[in-house]
Design a protein around this ligand. Structure first.
Ligand SMILES: *[C@@H]1O[C@H](CO)[C@@H](O)[C@H](O)[C@H]1NC(C)=O
Ligand SMILES: *[C@@H]1O[C@H](CO)[C@@H](O)[C@H](O)[C@H]1NC(C)=O
Ligand SMILES: *[C@@H]1O[C@H](CO)[C@@H](O)[C@H](O)[C@H]1NC(C)=O
Ligand SMILES: *[C@@H]1O[C@H](CO)[C@@H](O)[C@H](O)[C@H]1NC(C)=O
Ligand SMILES: *[C@@H]1O[C@H](CO)[C@@H](O)[C@H](O)[C@H]1NC(C)=O
Ligand SMILES: *[C@@H]1O[C@H](CO)[C@@H](O)[C@H](O)[C@H]1NC(C)=O
Ligand SMILES: *[C@@H]1O[C@H](CO)[C@@H](O)[C@H](O)[C@H]1NC(C)=O
Ligand SMILES: *[C@@H]1O[C@H](CO)[C@@H](O)[C@H](O)[C@H]1NC(C)=O
Ligand SMILES: *[C@@H]1O[C@H](CO)[C@@H](O)[C@H](O)[C@H]1NC(C)=O
Length: 567
């Protein structure tokens, strides 16, 4: 305790000393509404040694404290002479003898804003202008305290202030345009600080994005007057993107051009970034953004996303852009040559959007199944010569069709065809040997009775061959005499040999209708009526055996008659 007293004592002495000097106390700042009044509280001290001579007088100056600079006189206790702009407006409320210099200014205007100095006049040389002053601010609007940043969904306090330094007039504060606010709360308050009073009203609510840009007002009214003061503000409410909009998914044809559009609602304006899949395409700071896509290719088919981000949050929207195109020319295997009996799998692959259906055609006829996959496989098991042909794979979708083909060539061992035979002709016997095979078969004849081989190298008996695709034909002609053999009408034996890489075969050729033809030829050479008689007899003879042969002989008869006519 003792030590505290020792500390305080010098301080009190200084304070006592101060009170015994020229000193003034008035608020540093004070404010008032236009047309209202203001009371500037003021008190002063003078040195205790000074004896006032003929009372205590005082002067209030505006702007400067020193009379030498002729500042406008606001109030003067000795006379009524005041500056024009203060005429009839000022009144000293304080009692100067009580060292109370409290001043009232009525009907203040903006022009009265400024510094007010007090000068004490105690008579004689004891005139003193105090350097301290009050700065008056005359307002024509109340003040609203708005936080620097207002964020959506966070509780907000807005305070409207109005000075309350006029004892005759009491202000009333009202908030305007609060009808749409969610649960607004109004808290009045009266703050007194340094003998100046401020009336306030705090509006509390939680703003939503929809309140961005909303006007709010604070209205001040003095009872029993027509004076009204209003201040309007517009809310700037920051909010994360509320929604992002992008075009609905759609289908377009390749080669076409589209413009995608994205709208993002946020405050402040977002940065809109476009993505194709994970690839960033472009970005810009705007509330909406257009993405032009020209001459679309199938590679641009996919998901497009627009992301809006403004630092308070982000939001995105996506759409699927389907780029349609007709099927591309299918990829298929190269043309193939396969050995009969083996198996092959043919593959066809085509792209298109929508996915094309794949169809296999062989020589224009449907084979296999129709598939709606990217690839189709046609399997040919144990290939036969009939599998030879043109295989076409046809890809179709609603936008078009495309196809590609391959040839399958089947290789096979020679096969003797039914038309192979020997027949009697005018000059003798003609033998024809026909065989199919791939590679084309080589045809040779062999006359076992004569031990003669007839082929390209030993080319006798009018031997000639020709080939037509995979069919080879060989022909020889045996003359009437000699080659028919030594034992007269007995037919000479002719063998046909067919061969290629995959096989060879030797087959005896039958002489068609051997006996009867032989007879016919022999008889034919003799000529005359006897021929006919003979043939009739032959017909009878044959007729007993076989009905079918009858017709053959009848034909032969006709031929013989024609032949005779010519010779
Ligand atoms: C000065 O005078 C005013 C007006 O009469 C009064 O309200 C105030 O209380 C006085 N101040 C002091 C310090 O007495
Ligand atoms: C306003 O006028 C009414 C009626 O004349 C009176 O009762 C009331 O006290 C006045 N209010 C003020 C603040 O002067
Ligand atoms: C996307 O939407 C915008 C705005 O509605 C429109 O102008 C544009 O044509 C649309 N784009 C497509 C590809 O539909
Ligand atoms: C797109 O944004 C611009 C400014 O960024 C604006 O002028 C225009 O009205 C907006 N368009 C749409 C459709 O929102
Ligand atoms: C889009 O938003 C979803 C959730 O709303 C999020 O999971 C996704 O990562 C976002 N995509 C992008 C590209 O920002
Ligand atoms: C056809 O092509 C496919 C794919 O290259 C291959 O797997 C298949 O063996 C080919 N088929 C034939 C018969 O060559
Ligand atoms: C298939 O063979 C035909 C002739 O038979 C030919 O015109 C065509 O070019 C061949 N195709 C291929 C793909 O080799
Ligand atoms: C057939 O002719 C060949 C020679 O060309 C000979 O070697 C062979 O012995 C002959 N065969 C007969 C049965 O005459
Ligand atoms: C070739 O043909 C002649 C008859 O023209 C025959 O004599 C000869 O034996 C034949 N040669 C062979 C190798 O068959």
């Amino acid at each position: 305790m003792k030590s505290l007293e020792l500390l305080l004592l010098p301080l009190l002495l200084i304070l006592k000393d101060v009170s015994a000097q020229w000193n003034v106390w008035m608020p540093r700042d004070i404010s008032a509404m236009t047309n209202s009044c203001v009371v500037i509280p003021c008190s002063f001290t003078y040195p205790s040694g000074v004896r006032p001579y003929r009372g205590i007088h005082g002067i209030w100056y505006f702007g400067h404290p020193y009379p030498q600079l002729f500042p406008p006189v606001v109030y003067k206790s000795r006379t009524d002479i005041v500056h024009e702009s203060y005429k009839g407006r000022t009144k000293l409320l304080g009692d100067l003898t009580q060292k109370n210099c409290t001043l009232m200014i009525n009907n203040v205007g903006v022009e009265h804003s400024g510094r007010y100095y007090f000068r004490a006049d105690l008579g004689g040389a004891n005139i003193y202008t105090f350097p301290d002053f009050t700065k008056l601010q005359v307002l024509d609007q109340p003040n609203i305290d708005v936080p620097e940043e207002i964020v959506s969904d966070q509780s907000l306090d807005l305070t409207c202030y109005v000075p309350d330094n006029c004892p005759d007039m009491s202000p009333q504060i009202q908030w305007m345009y609060t009808e749409d606010l969610p649960n607004p709360l109004f808290t009045p308050d009266n703050v007194e600080d340094s003998n100046t009073a401020v009336l306030s009203s705090t509006l509390t609510f939680t703003p939503k994005p929809m309140h961005n840009g909303q006007r709010l007002g604070c209205r001040v009214h003095y009872e029993n007057t027509t004076f009204v003061y209003e201040r309007l503000i517009s809310l700037d409410i920051k909010y994360a993107p509320r929604f992002a909009w992008v075009n609905v998914s759609q289908e377009v044809m390749e080669g076409s051009s589209v413009v995608l559009h994205c709208d993002v609602d946020s405050n402040p304006t977002p940065k809109i970034t476009w993505y194709f899949g994970d690839t960033e395409l472009m970005s810009e700071v705007a509330s909406n953004s257009s993405l032009p896509l020209d001459n679309l290719t199938p590679e641009e088919d996919g998901v497009y996303t627009c992301v809006g981000d403004n630092g308070y949050g982000s939001m995105n929207a996506s759409m699927y852009l389907a780029v349609n195109y007709p099927p591309r020319e299918p990829w298929i295997n190269e043309s193939l040559t396969v050995l009969e009996g083996s198996s092959v799998a043919l593959q066809c692959i085509s792209k298109g959007n929508p996915m094309p259906t794949l169809t296999w055609l062989k020589d224009g006829k449907l084979v296999g199944t129709i598939t709606a996959e990217e690839g189709s496989v046609l399997e040919l098991q144990e290939v036969t010569p009939q599998d030879h042909g043109v295989y076409r794979c046809l890809a179709e979708n609603e936008h078009g069709r495309a196809s590609n083909s391959l040839n399958i060539t089947v290789e096979f061992a020679p096969v003797l065809l039914d038309d192979s035979k020997c027949t009697i002709v005018r000059e003798g016997v003609q033998c024809v040997c026909i065989a199919s095979g791939n590679p084309e078969p080589v045809i040779e004849f062999f006359l076992p009775d004569l031990n003669i081989t007839i082929n390209d190298y030993n080319n006798t008996f009018n031997y000639h061959t020709y080939s037509d695709g995979y069919t080879s034909t060989g022909i020889i002609k045996l003359q009437d005499k000699g080659e028919r053999g030594n034992n007269g009408d007995t037919a000479v034996h002719v063998h046909c040999s067919i061969s290629n890489t995959y096989g060879s075969e030797t087959i005896p050729l039958g002489l068609q209708q051997e006996k009867k033809f032989m007879m016919a030829v022999i008889v034919g050479t003799i000529g005359g009526v006897a021929v006919i008689a003979f043939i009739i007899a032959a017909v009878r003879y044959v007729g007993q055996n076989n009905k079918k042969e009858t017709t053959v002989i009848t034909n032969l008869l006709a031929q013989l008659q024609a032949w005779r006519g010519k010779s």
